[in-house]
Each structure stands twice: as C-alpha cells, then as structure tokens.
Design a protein around this ligand. Sequence first.
Ligand code: SF4
Ligand code: SF4
Ligand code: SF4
Length: 294
Amino acid sequence: MSFDRRKLLKGFAAVGAGAAASALPAEASPPKPEVPPDAFGMLYDATRCIGCRACVTACKNANGLPGNLYDPPEDLSGDTKNIIKVYDHGKTDESYVKAQCMHCLDPACARACMIGALQKREFGIVTYDPERCIGCRYCQVACPYEIPKFQWDTPTPVIVKCELCHHRISKETGKPMPACCEVCPREAVISGDYRELLAEAERRIAENPERYWPAGSPKIYGKTDGGGTQVLYLAAVDFEKLGLPELGEAPAGYEAAEIQHTVYQGFIAPVALYGLLGAVLWKNRRSAEKKEEE
Ligand code: SF4
Ligand code: SF4
Ligand code: SF4
C-alpha cells in the first residue's frame, strides 16, 4: 500500500476529534467478543514451518489466482491471499511466518464497512461480497493486520483476502477445507474447530514448553489479542518481530471505526454518502465493463 495507514487514522481522528469527543460515550469500552459456537479456524506453528511455500501455491490454485512457486510473491496483494515471509536476524532469531486474514472475533474490517460487503458469517468466517463492495477501502484502513488488498491494476477491482476457503466445503464433514492446510507437509498449518485448535496449541506448548516464545510462559497469539482471532499462532520468536502487532485484549480497530462513524454523523448521513459513492463507483465500473466487452 502506498498510503500510511497510521497517518490516515490520525487524520480521521483529527478531523473528527470535536464531533467524536461529544458523541462517544464517556467510557467507550468495547464488549468482549464471543467465540461463535461453530467457530472454525487455523493454527499456524512457525516452529514447524520449513518455508516450502506449498501452502502459497495451493492457496492460489484453490482460489483461481495467478502465480507459481518459481516466482513466489513477496507480500499479500490483489492476487495473493496467503504468504510465507522470512524473519532472519541470526541463528537464534529466525523464523518463517504465514500471513493471511486472521478471522477476528470482532472484525474491524466488517465494522468499518457500512455496506456489509464484509461480514462475519457461518463458522465465524469473515467473508467478502464483491457485489456489495463500493471500493471505498475503509476495510483496509481499519484492519490492524493490513490484510485486505485492493486490485489496483484491473478496471473492475475488488478487495482480496483469505475467506478460509469457505467455497471448499467437505461433503463428509460439512466444514471448510482450507487448501493451505491440506498440503502442508509438516502440519505447521492445520485447520479445524477453533476450540480443538486451541487445545492442540496448548498441548504442543505443554509437550515442548522450551520450544515456544516467550521462555517460561509461552503465548498463543490470537487467543485474546485484538479481542481474539480464529487464526492462532505459535512461534519461537517474539510475535511482534514476525509482524503480528501487540494489540491488547480489546477488539482491534473498534475505536477507529467508532470515530469514523461519528465523524460521518457530524457531516453527512453515512447511508446518503455511501449511496452517492456507490452510484459513482457503479457507473465507473459499468463503463469499464462496457469498454472491456467492446
Ligand atoms: S484480519 Fe483484518 S481483514 Fe481479517 S477479519 Fe480481522 S480485520 Fe478483517
Ligand atoms: S484458507 Fe484458503 S484462502 Fe485462506 S490462506 Fe488458506 S488456502 Fe488461502
Ligand atoms: S506448506 Fe507448511 S511448511 Fe510449507 S511453507 Fe506452508 S506452512 Fe510452512
């Protein structure tokens, strides 16, 4: 992304400070998000990952996205939903790390999208509906993990992010089959019921406590971070070094989204604004599609 998300958020906060201060409740503490009863998720254990990137290729194949193993992508993008990055700072401080949507329990992206293009749905999966999306990209600004990507290079761009392969439902189990997990040779990334994954992460820590960070009291990232996520992480290295931000236990992005809503209350009804934006973008999209047909 070319813009600086922090600066943009600062901008939102500055513009809306007056309105927000008067409209936000005195103690706006977000409610603790609940784990959906059918929550499905992933567990990525960086200590098992060998960086083969089979998961990256499988993700592209399962989602009809271009690219191949001989030219691995460097970051998430309009055609990459899953990436393996390398953190390398000496022999004792190195790790691979997988990045994709975290499927937050209280997703800031969905909170920011007033059109409902992003929604937390069956299995707690945060899904995206391109038919509803008006391309405002507020979801990009709100996401604390910088996951949603925009297809800048197509005339009909959409937002791209992992949807936990919810289009690949097993006939046997009735549950999603994430392609990245199917191909991992080391069970470094596995999928399943969220509660079982949490138990598996705890089991791995109990069996090998010295293997995980931080020493003495290993942590499962995502258990409570940012309000909790349905994708959980184990690692031997400080999670922040791996690009997983320290967020605290409150739902991430709550404040930004609340301020954003408040700012708009002060200027123009959000529905009217989005209606206008929607009309403009729909018109642009249609003329681009017409051009393509011609
Ligand atoms: S990681 Fe970002 S895109 Fe994914 S659910 Fe959370 S806020 Fe949304
Ligand atoms: S769950 Fe599916 S879309 Fe998400 S990273 Fe894995 S393969 Fe890609
Ligand atoms: S397939 Fe498994 S071992 Fe290979 S890079 Fe992906 S998570 Fe790591």
